[in-house]
Every structure is written in C-alpha cells, then in structure tokens.
Design a binder for this molecule. Structure first.
Ligand code: ZN
Length: 187
C-alpha cells in the first residue's frame, strides 16, 4: 500500500468512527479524543449528518462528560446494566484485563473505539429501554481500566461479572442473586 493510500484509509476509519460516535450522541470532546479529528472537522461532520437526515437534528449533548463512578452502583437496575455493558466491553477487548493507571490517555484510539461502539450497540439491543448512555459507557470503560474507584469482580453466588465500588462495604452479589436471597423476584 502506498503511503498516501495508507493515510487515506486511516483518515477514512477516523471519519467512520466519528460518524458512529455522533449517531450514539457522543460529545465533541469525546469524539476528538477517540478519533484525533479537529473540532472543526467534527462540526462539519455533524452538519453533514443533519443535512443527510433531511434537516432533522442529530442530538448533541453539551456540558461536561460524566465523572461520578457512583452512577453505576446507585441502583440495582443500573448495577445490572453496568454488569452487562462491562461484560461486553471485556469480551470485545474494549477494556484491557490489566490495570491501566493513565487509561484516559492510553485507551482512546480508532480500533478500540470501534469495539466500544460494537459493545454499546449490542448492550442496547439486549436491554430494552437501556438506561446507560454512550458518554457513560465511555466513562465506564475508562473507570474499569483505571480500576481505582470501580472494579469488575465476580458475584460470590453465581460467578457472573459485576461492577462494584472499591470503597463500598463488601456486598459482592449480582442484582439477581441479591433479589433471590431476599425472596424478591429478579429484576
Ligand atoms: Zn449472582
């Protein structure tokens, strides 16, 4: 492959990923970090998406990206959905198995970004009315790789993967086992 061809292919892959991120309602900063495209090119892409869709708006979120890891553990439903999403991210190698201290810088990239979209799209197909948005999915991936506040571990009863707060009192059961222990119907 000639150098110009290789550069073209790389650029094409970045653009394709950016389009996928836009469709999944990622913020501009997230798209820039994962694709390496400039804000100006991202703005033009958003504009072309809007035009292609007959003028209907692509949903854009403003403000800061999520920063609270407690979001994933604050309710049984979110704990269960975080576990499903995390399992997919490990299976598709979006999250490395070893700890990555500077995950925010080390993880983003086109190949991993594609796998992340894949994991998120499967999660949304598997979970009707999925609650975790794409920006939170990106944050979950980084937090799990950093592994300083959140950790992936196994349910002590069924060995299913669960996402836990590292500083919480150990209650290492998945939402289903917890519900059946308390005589409730699973979620
Ligand atoms: Zn369990």
């Amino acid at each position: 492959m000639r150098i110009s061809d290789a550069r073209y292919t790389r650029d094409r892959l970045r653009l394709d990923l950016a389009l996928r991120f836009i469709q999944l309602e990622a913020r501009t900063r997230t798209i820039r970090v994962w694709t390496g495209l400039t804000d100006d090119r991202i703005r033009r892409l958003v504009h072309s998406c809007t035009t292609d869709q007959g003028g209907s708006d692509v949903t854009r979120h403003r403000g800061k990206s999520p920063t609270q890891t407690t979001y994933f553990t604050r309710s049984p439903v979110l704990r269960q959905e975080a576990a499903i999403l995390a399992s997919l991210c490990y299976l598709l190698q979006v999250v490395p198995t070893g700890r990555v201290a500077d995950a925010q810088r080390a993880l983003p990239g086109v190949q991993r970004g594609e796998a992340l979209c894949e994991a998120f799209e499967i999660y949304r197909r598997l979970v009707p009315g999925a609650r975790i948005g794409f920006e939170h999915a990106v944050f979950l991936v980084i937090a799990l790789a950093r592994s300083d506040e959140l950790a992936a571990t196994l349910c002590s009863d069924c060995n299913g993967l669960i996402v836990v707060d590292r500083y919480a009192v150990p209650g290492r059961r998945c939402a289903c086992c917890e519900a059946s222990l308390q005589g409730r119907l699973p979620l």
